[in-house]
Design a protein around this ligand. Sequence first.
Ligand SMILES: NC(=O)c1ccc[n+]([C@@H]2O[C@H](COP(=O)([O-])OP(=O)(O)OC[C@H]3O[C@@H](n4cnc5c(N)ncnc54)[C@H](O)[C@@H]3O)[C@@H](O)[C@H]2O)c1
Length: 391
Amino acid sequence: MNSRDGKVRVGIVGCGAIANAHVLAYLSSPHVELIGVFDSDGARAEAFAAKHGTTAYPTLQALIDLAPDLVSVATPPGSHTQLTLALLAAGCSVLLEKPPTINLADMDILLAAESESAGSVYVVFQHRHGSGARRAHSLLASGALGVPQVAVCETLWFRPDSYFLPDWRGNWAGEGGGPTLGHGIHQIDLLLHLMGDWDTIDAKASRIARPIEFEDVSMAIVTFANGALGSVVTSLLSPRETSRIRIDTTGGTLEVEHLYGYSDSDWSWFPAPEEVAAASNGRDPGMATTTHGNSDIGDAANPWAVSAGTDVQSNHAAQIHHLIDDLVAGRPHETTLSSTRPTMEFVTALYASSLERASIRRSDLTPDRGFYHRLDGGLDADVVGRRLSVH
Ligand SMILES: NC(=O)c1ccc[n+]([C@@H]2O[C@H](COP(=O)([O-])OP(=O)(O)OC[C@H]3O[C@@H](n4cnc5c(N)ncnc54)[C@H](O)[C@@H]3O)[C@@H](O)[C@H]2O)c1
């Protein structure tokens, strides 16, 4: 990182909806110099640059010629690979929006290019970066919350037919995959970040109601390397929307429920009955003594309560500020491209399991399989259609 005067020189490629979250996070960091933006829609880039007090450049190369340290890529998923390759070739680091790529083949092309470049690739998965997930990750990794045994991961959202009116939505060519790739991936990434390696997936993806080429609902059963079992549901047919992860460990239940971002108050820890009883001097082990959220065993005996600190919401600002602080301090940033490969493997295996009607292990996702290259496996459209049918 060639930061000058202690500032990271940042560019943004793609000036659409989510670029607003990037630019506001960068502009609120004292360690960033925003040097310019590029969008293939020049008028959009000009308007965005004028709004945020920066310069619009007419080509990607013109932005690269300024030698930015870091460039956010906030364009549609199908364009991520080519743009990131061009930036890596020039030695720039990249903050790539989710999903990083639309298949494992492209992800491995980027990983190979990254290994040859002075730059690094980071991926936006902002839900790893709120204080709740950071506490959960650290406590689970240390064993302070016990051993995970059961997990539930739900992305129950609602998108009407009209959501799919833009040409690029609702089809494999435009989106690369369905809501499991585009929407559920946030909770799936956080689940895997907290639970660790997974082994096998048994899944069903179905098109129940929406006029689209892929699923509007998927359900998967996943086995984790530590022997835990989990269920993962992604739906666009759920009017009362919620995003939820629940992890039952030998020590208690850890849970977060939110929609598009959480605060500390959206997390709860419910100690297992034996621990509650022991901590409150000899009550019956099975006696329930807690209500949702916080235990009455007292903060000193409650690892979750003890870990509380500043409440950081899970949003783009949380991740971008962590990234900039890490770059300025010369520390590694945790949400690397390679750290997100298990998430892309999970999504790939979910489609493979559903469309091949088989259990899929991580080790099955090899380059000789169609699913490594395309999430529909390269199967004929009518075969995919039949296999997505609920009947
Ligand atoms: N992390 C999150 O919570 C979150 C939320 C929404 C979207 N996203 C992701 O952000 C990305 C962008 O989504 P969006 O909703 O902002 O889309 P958008 O359609 O609003 O904006 C995309 C912009 O990219 C431009 N563009 C397209 N191809 C380009 C290219 N090759 N070079 C330069 N510019 C190009 C378009 O002109 C447009 O201005 C997607 O990967 C999406 O999945 C992430």
